[in-house]
Design a protein around this ligand. Sequence first.
Ligand SMILES: Nc1nc2c(c(=O)[nH]1)N[C@@H](CN(C=O)c1ccc(C(=O)N[C@@H](CCC(=O)O)C(=O)O)cc1)CN2
Length: 280
Amino acid sequence: MALLIDGKRISAEIKDELKEEVAQLKEQGITGALAVIQVGNDPASSVYVRNKKRACEYIGIDSLSYELPEETSQDELLALIDKLNKEEHVKGILVQLPLPEGIDEDAVIRAISPKKDVDGFHPENVGALMIGQKGYISCTPAGIIQLLKRSDIDIEGKHCVIVGRSNIVGKPMAILMLRENATVTVTHSKTRNLKEICKEADILIVAIGKKEFIDASYVKDGAVVIDVGIHRDENNKLSGDVKFDEVEQLCSAITPVPGGVGPMTIAMLMNNCVEAMRHE
Ligand SMILES: Nc1nc2c(c(=O)[nH]1)N[C@@H](CN(C=O)c1ccc(C(=O)N[C@@H](CCC(=O)O)C(=O)O)cc1)CN2
C-alpha cells in the first residue's frame, strides 16, 4: 500500500507551529499584516483568497483584503501596491494570480517590494533562490519540500523528475531539489520520450496542468509521486494531473488531490509572512 502523503495534516502542523511563534512575537511587541489583493472574481481565486485570510486569522496575523473589480487598470493596481509598500504595518503583500487580461503580471510582481513579496515571485527573490541566498521562496515548491521531509522521504541522491517548467512551481522546484542534493530532470510539453524519462524518476513531481495526464505507465514501481495539479469538474469534484487510482497501486507514496500539495501552499505563505514579521 502506498503511503498517502497527508498535506492537510502537515499543513495544520505547520500552522500550529507558526501560531505559537506569532504569539511569542506579539509578546515582544512585533505584529504585522498581510495585504491580499484579488482583481476580478475568478471563483477558484476567491476560494484561495478566503483560505489565506482564514489562515492569517488562525495564526494571529492581521489581514487586509482588497477585492478590486475586473476592470481595474494596471495603473490603479500599481498605485495600490505602491501605497502598501510604504505602509509599515503591512509586512507582506500578495496579488492573487491569474490576473485579468490586459494586466501585465510581471510588472505587477516587480512592483511589490522584494521585502514584502511573501509569494517569492519577485525577480530579486527568485535570483536569491538560484544562488542559495536568503529570500522568500515560492510557496508551492517550498511546501512540497516540507511534505517530503515531514513524511521521512529521503531526497539526497534521488533522481527527481519534474513535469512542468512554470516560474511558480517547476523552475523553483528544480532549484530546491538540487539544494537537497537530488539529481534533477525538468521536462515539459516539448520533451521527447517523456514517458521513459518519468519512468526513471525516484521522485516524480507533476505540475503540467493537464487533468489525469500521468497514468501508471509513466511511473516506476516504488516511486514517490507528487501531484500539483488541481482540476474541478462540473460537479465540483477535484482531481489532479495524476490518475490517482492507477498510480497509487504501484508507487510507494503519493499526494492526493484535494488534501495534498494545495493546503501546503497556504501553510508556506504563512511561514513567509512570519519570516517577514521577524525581519522587523
Ligand atoms: N499569488 C499567488 N497566486 C497563485 C498561487 C500562489 O501561490 N500565489 N498559487 C495558485 C493557487 N493557490 C494559491 O494561491 C492555491 C491553490 C490551491 C490551494 C488548495 O488548498 N487547494 C485545495 C483544494 C481547495 C479547493 O479548490 O477547494 C487542495 O488541493 O486540497 C491553495 C492555494 C495559483 N495562484
